[in-house]
Design a binder for this molecule. Structure first.
Ligand code: H2U
Ligand code: ZN
Length: 348
């Protein structure tokens, strides 16, 4: 059976990063029609909101005030989930009741002083500043003695539980590898040892050869819908050069990252003519002092929308109890993302 025969019927696909399977049921798919673009009124958000705790010059919870910042601005999260001074400790009973203390730091990164922008509508120099800030934070937090992982992420849109539209992301740095990074790290390490090549480098070469799931490329980055995507319009953003963290990107590569971040978010917004919600974040090498030649910098975008600005995919039922499932194939999702205009619909 060839690929197109197999994938036209229900099948499972393997995710070599997490070593988990996703069930794909392509016959249930429905094309998101032009007619399903809903006329959700575009709220003309103000460039400055006096009640926003992220806008320049405004007070935050806990009594601190933001400076009159003019470009990407970082501060320690006032409600940090991880704290640097957590004392070391461990309890364990019969291997069943196990707990360990966890130290770390949480920061918030405001992408822009403008309350009404998103990555899709920021300028390239502004986005470049965000890239530089993430790189600086990785270097700084990752060099702290008890920090082994630095997770940079953005949680966008009310649908994802993000209450503040001001463009911002977060950075959580901790003492151990969180589940997702630990799993990827194990897979990347095993592959590197058995193939003397990196998993993502080899995967990228395959995707560039097949051109079935590639959405957009520039000189230094590739955006694709991964073969094993779970979320309907999930994408993977990978650097062409194998490097293990953001701070290793050279000047040109940083500009290229800013460019493809905007390209990705513009395409997402254009798909259903809405400010597209998602969780995105970078996976970078563990900061344990080792070199990690197996690690290849990448970002995951996990957007929940399925068919329109309001119809989302829920991970419930079979997905919670058994395994994730999707209807449209990764190839179809990539095609739709390729077909949307490269210019933001609000700027046309
Ligand atoms: P979201 O990305 O989920 O919107 O979170 C914003 C973060 O901002 C959240 O983690 C922090 C919250 O703890 N925050 C502050 O640090 N100071 C504030 O004054 C309000 C919110
Ligand atoms: Zn604001």
């Amino acid at each position: 059976m060839n690929f197109s025969e197999l994938v036209s019927r229900p099948h499972r696909r393997f995710n070599p990063l997490t070593r988990e399977w996703v069930l794909v049921s392509p016959y249930r798919s429905e094309r998101p029609w032009q007619g399903q673009v809903e006329n959700v009124p575009v709220e003309a958000a103000a460039a400055y909101d006096p009640n926003c705790y992220l806008c320049p010059g405004n007070a935050r919870a806990g009594g601190l005030t933001n400076p009159a910042y003019t470009e990407a601005f970082v501060f320690d999260n006032d409600f940090a989930a991880l704290q640097p001074d957590t004392p070391a400790g461990e309890v364990e009973e019969k291997g069943l009741l196990v707990a360990r203390s966890e130290a770390g730091r949480c920061r918030v990164v405001c992408f822009s002083p403008r309350h009404d922008l998103t990555m899709a509508r920021m300028s390239l120099p502004e986005l470049r500043r965000v890239v530089d800030t993430w790189a600086e934070e990785f270097l700084e937090l990752g060099s702290l003695p008890n920090i082994r992982s630095v997770q940079v992420f953005e949680n966008r849109g009310a649908m994802m539980g993000c209450s503040n539209p001001h463009p911002h992301g977060q950075i959580w740095a901790n003492q151990t590898l969180p589940n997702e990074l630990a799993q990827e790290q194990a897979s990347l390490g095993d592959y590197y040892r058995s193939h003397a090549a990196t998993l993502l480098g080899d995967y990228l070469a395959l995707e560039l050869e097949k051109q079935e799931r590639v959405v957009w490329v520039n000189e230094h980055f590739i955006l694709l819908v991964p073969y094993w995507a779970v979320w309907p319009f999930e994408t993977l953003l990978v650097s062409r050069r194998c490097l293990s963290a953001l701070h290793e990107l050279n000047d040109e590569e940083r500009d290229a990252l800013a460019d493809i971040l905007r390209q990705t978010t513009v395409r997402y917004d254009n798909l259903f003519k809405t400010s597209f919600p998602y969780t995105m974040g970078f996976h970078q090498r563990p900061t344990d002092g080792e070199a990690h030649p197996e690690f290849h910098l990448h970002a995951h975008f996990y957007p929940p929308l399925l068919r329109s600005a309001t119809v989302r995919k829920f991970m419930v039922g079979y997905e919670m109890l058994a395994m994730p499932q999707r209807d449209i194939t990764a190839e179809t999702a990539a095609q739709w993302l390729r077909e949307v205009p490269a210019r933001h619909y609000l700027d046309l």
